[in-house]
Design a protein around this ligand. Structure first.
Ligand SMILES: Nc1ncnc2c1ncn2[C@@H]1O[C@H](COP(=O)(O)OP(=O)(O)OP(=O)(O)O)[C@@H](O)[C@H]1O
Ligand SMILES: [Mg+2]
Length: 502
């Protein structure tokens, strides 16, 4: 079936704003169909040769349809055309005096002009199957009265509500309906709406109660009162809100009714979403939970870093300040890993991203006169979280050492600081090479007492199960090489790639 957009653009002269209005109308007119117990057809003036084109259609879920066939894309017959033109020219809801007989069913048709910015841009034809008309119950009377208010609002250009945030799925009339009077008191409650409020813990009568006050009173006391809830439950604003109380969650949607400039009350659609919300919570998978935890760990680490930074500022002794600044840097590089993990769909991360950020961070904190920016060659690829955290710290320390000890003074020429990565199926080798002043003559890795290299060694030999070497670089400077085994499970999934299985 052609869409409203297709039809409107190819066969009518509707402008963008008019079309947007019709979209808003159509996204919400199930309500009008259900309250009217009637079929709706949206007709727009056709571009060539006059006539009216059916651009959308809606059947009621509350009663039988009177239109067995789809009419979208068809042109109006002469009878319909007269009705539509009357509604447009008179700018009011136009009702045929006699029911028309379609397929042996008496159908009452009405034309509801759709007004936007003072112009009639389309007409809704409402077709009510009179065969199903019984002695109307209180429910039916309330529905039809609500439908008439809504229809008048469509004709007056006050419905749909243009600013209302669209709901993924608005509650339907059948989910539960309340009618509020002018003062915000309940004048009618459908059985489903009654049940929903009972589940929220309401013991008293709904009829006659001020819904805004009553609803906020039912809210679970440990939850903060939702400001919009009061406004919505009082029927003052065209919005949606959720109430939770007594272990149940109920969604409310208010449709304020303002007809001819006076407030006549509101319709409140009510839907019990307890089951839905609990299923959604279950669907929040393990992965999502893990990501959330990484996110929190990152936040906590950033708080720790901020505290250390504050403390560093209060210290006078430069050495003490430097020590705390280093701690800030170390915590920061762990935070980077958790941050990346919090965006990762699984428990593996793209370490190239982390390496870039770690390199940039160390580059930033190095003295401004040191004109060296780390350059990374080769690719780390995906690594499991258990490898990423220690490796990020190792990289931070090695880069820091190169900047701090390799290039202690302002360099006349820009130095070389490079990270080479070689990834083999089972092994990862990372080399951090600088063209700086080189290691001090008495340097011995095994007896090095600096904290930085102690951390590196512990992580490389302990956490990564690998080796660390620090040697003079051929051509001057220093070279630190870390290599460690990586399990094949940390490789990108190649199960779908037949060539990988040979
Ligand atoms: N790239 C390098 N170039 C020159 N010397 C280095 C290099 N890397 C390490 N060193 C030497 O090794 C020593 C030990 O380094 P280590 O990182 O353990 O301690 P630190 O950097 O002095 O202090 P910390 O890292 O705890 O702030 C350094 O003091 C430095 O003399
Ligand atoms: Mg160091």
């Amino acid at each position: 079936m052609p869409t409203l957009d297709d039809l409107a653009r190819s066969r009518t002269n509707l402008g963008d704003l008019d079309l947007a209005w019709l979209h808003a109308l159509v996204s919400d007119w199930q309500l009008l169909a259900d309250l009217s117990f009637a079929d709706l057809i949206l007709w727009a003036p056709a571009r060539d040769g006059g006539g009216w084109l059916a651009v959308a259609q809606m059947r009621p879920t509350t009663g039988p349809t009177s239109l067995q066939d789809d009419v979208v894309g068809m042109m109006a017959g002469p009878e319909d055309q007269r009705l539509l033109e009357a509604a447009r020219d008179e700018r009011r809801i136009w009702r045929e005096s006699d029911p028309a007989w379609t397929n042996g069913v008496p159908v009452r048709t009405e034309g509801i002009p759709v007004t936007r910015a003072g112009r009639v841009i389309a007409v809704i034809e409402r077709c009510t199957n009179l065969n199903s008309a019984r002695t109307p119950s209180r429910l039916e009377l309330t529905y039809v009265q609500g439908a008439d208010d809504l229809a008048r609002m469509v004709a007056e250009g006050t419905f749909p509500f243009p600013d209302e945030a669209e709901l993924v799925r608005s509650p339907r009339v059948g989910d539960g309906l309340l009618r509020l009077g002018k003062s915000g008191r309940v004048t009618y409650a459908s059985p489903n709406a009654e049940s929903a409020y009972r589940r929220l813990g309401l013991a008293a009568d709904l009829i006659g109660a001020e819904l805004g006050v009553l609803t906020t009173g039912l809210c679970a006391s440990d939850e903060p009162i939702d400001e919009t809830l009061m406004v919505v439950a009082a029927g003052r604003a065209p919005r949606a809100a959720e109430v939770s109380g007594n272990g149940s969650i109920v969604q409310l949607r208010a449709i304020p009714l303002i007809v001819g400039g006076t407030r006549t009350g509101a319709l409140i659609l009510v839907r019990d979403v307890t089951e839905l919300r609990s299923r959604e919570r279950e669907l929040m998978t393990k992965d999502a939970t893990i990501r959330e935890i990484h996110h929190r760990v990152k936040n906590n680490l950033q708080t720790v870093a901020a505290l250390l930074r504050l403390q560093a500022r209060r210290l006078r002794a430069p050495e003490a300040r430097a020590a705390l600044d280093e701690a800030v840097r170390r915590v920061g590089s762990i935070a980077v890993v958790h941050e990346t993990l919090s965006h990762a769909p699984e428990d593996t991360v793209d370490f190239d991203d982390i390496a870039d950020r770690v390199a940039r961070m160390t580059g930033e904190v190095s003295a401004p006169e040191v004109r060296v920016t780390p350059k990374i060659t080769g690719s780390f690829g995906l690594l499991p979280a258990a490898v990423a955290t220690p490796l990020a710290m190792v990289l931070t320390e090695l880069l820091q050492n190169a900047l701090q000890h390799g290039f202690p003074h302002a360099a006349r020429e820009p130095g070389v600081l490079e990270v080479y990565v070689v990834r083999e199926p089972e092994r990862l080798t990372v080399t951090v090479a600088d063209s700086g002043v080189g290691l001090p003559p008495e340097f011995d890795l095994d007896s090095a007492t600096g904290l930085g290299l102690q951390i590196v060694r512990t992580l490389v030999e302990g956490d990564l199960g690998g080796r660390l070497r620090i040697t003079p670089r051929s051509g001057g400077g220093t070279e630190a090489v870390v290599d460690f085994p990586i399990g094949s499970e940390s490789l990108p999934d190649s199960a779908d790639d037949p060539s990988a299985r040979t």
